[in-house]
Ligand binder design. Structure first.
Ligand code: CU
Length: 168
């Protein structure tokens, strides 16, 4: 029986099935934090055995690397400042979670998304030790500048895009 259930779960991964599936999925729609900005994006989150898989696509963003993190609060007000600091349940230093692991990075440390000359960019990353319920209702923040992984939050500057993570 256990084998059968595992097998069905795997099928769901391939078919990306929705309600009733073993996998939980969530999403966020990123919008600009300031009037007149064309920043937009979509985020899809999928719980997997290795962690929370996050797929991000942005448009209308200046070319180059931009820090992107899950922040503590679920608000995009005040040009994104109301989202507060990084989601950091382990009180860890700032880092790159997929590479550094949960003891050496914040739960929301996704690093950078690279934006092309046409203003689009994509990022796929898996956050080990993070469940969808941990981040549901929190804000995904896209920054003005590159995350240089300096302490305490990577010096990524202003918050140009923001969206609240919801369970799908
Ligand atoms: Cu941030």
């Amino acid at each position: 029986m256990t084998r059968l259930r595992r097998g069905m779960g795997l099928v769901c991964v391939m078919a990306a099935c929705g309600a009733g599936a073993l996998l939980r999925t969530g999403h966020a729609t990123l919008g600009a934090t300031t009037p007149g900005s064309a920043v937009a994006g979509t985020v899809t989150l999928t719980e997997q055995a290795e962690g929370l898989h996050v797929a991000i696509r942005v448009t209308g963003v200046a070319a180059g690397d931009h820090g992107i993190h899950i922040h503590e609060q679920g608000s995009c007000a005040e040009a994104g400042l109301a989202a507060g600091g990084h989601f950091n349940p382990a009180q860890a230093p700032h880092g790159l979670l997929p590479q550094d692991g949960p003891h050496k990075a914040h739960g929301g440390d996704l690093g950078n998304i690279t934006v092309q000359a046409d203003g689009t960019g994509t990022l796929e990353a898996t956050l080990p030790g993070v469940l969808l319920k941990d981040v549901t209702g929190r804000a995904m923040i896209l920054h003005e500048k590159r995350d240089d992984f300096g302490q305490p939050t990577g010096n990524a500057g202003g918050r140009i895009g923001c969206g609240i993570i919801e369970e799908a």
